[in-house]
Design a protein around this ligand. Structure first.
Ligand code: ADP
Length: 167
């Protein structure tokens, strides 16, 4: 009898910081994965201004997913496909919010397949409540004095306010 291959998925991103939208995607990925590796990229492919250090992002992710042993958070440098292969993860998970995400995501999926033939990218749609959410928007709202309690875990909200010098 042949044994089923373990399904390890990898969810890469900047997670600066992790939002309810990211959480939603990870939990959906768990429904078809034995293990989901949440991988914080050291060098974001899209140049973004970072607010949190990578180590701080990893710590917040670990806190958010502390209840689920099948979710593992780590960081990586270099090519995603090289890291994924080394981890035994042949499924890349990405979230799609709107058509605006599509072009970049489609290009990355095809390029990653070119780099590693056996990798498959799976796109997941979040709950509609999170479909407008991005980490950059959360950072912006927090920096302008807005309440981000609905968009992030309480610990992440506290860290954001600390970082921005808010009471
Ligand atoms: P952000 O765009 O919020 O800074 P990342 O760059 O860390 O997030 O994105 C990692 C992945 O998560 C990408 O595939 C991105 O499209 C997806 N993602 C981010 N926010 C959401 C959301 N609210 N709903 C669905 N997918 C999301």
């Amino acid at each position: 009898m042949s044994e089923r291959k373990r399904c390890v998925s990898i969810y890469p991103g900047s997670f600066d910081p992790v939002t309810r939208g990211h959480e939603d995607i990870v939990r959906r990925a768990l429904s078809f994965s034995d293990c989901v590796i949440v991988a914080v990229a050291h060098t974001a492919t899209q140049r973004k201004q970072g607010l949190f250090e990578v180590e701080e992002r990893v710590e917040m992710l670990r806190h958010v997913f502390r209840d689920e042993a099948r979710i593992v958070t780590t960081e990586f440098t270099g090519l995603l496909v090289d890291f994924a292969r080394a981890q035994g993860a042949s499924i890349i998970v990405r979230g799609l919010r709107a058509v605006s995400d599509f072009e970049y995501e489609f290009q990355m999926a095809l390029m990653n397949r070119q780099l590693w033939h056996d990798v498959e990218t799976i796109f997941l749609a979040p709950d509609v409540r999170h479909s407008y959410l991005s980490a950059s928007l959360v950072r912006e709202i927090a920096s302008l004095g807005g309440d981000v309690a609905d968009f992030v875990d309480p610990l992440v909200r506290d860290r954001l306010y600390e970082k921005l010098g808010r009471p």
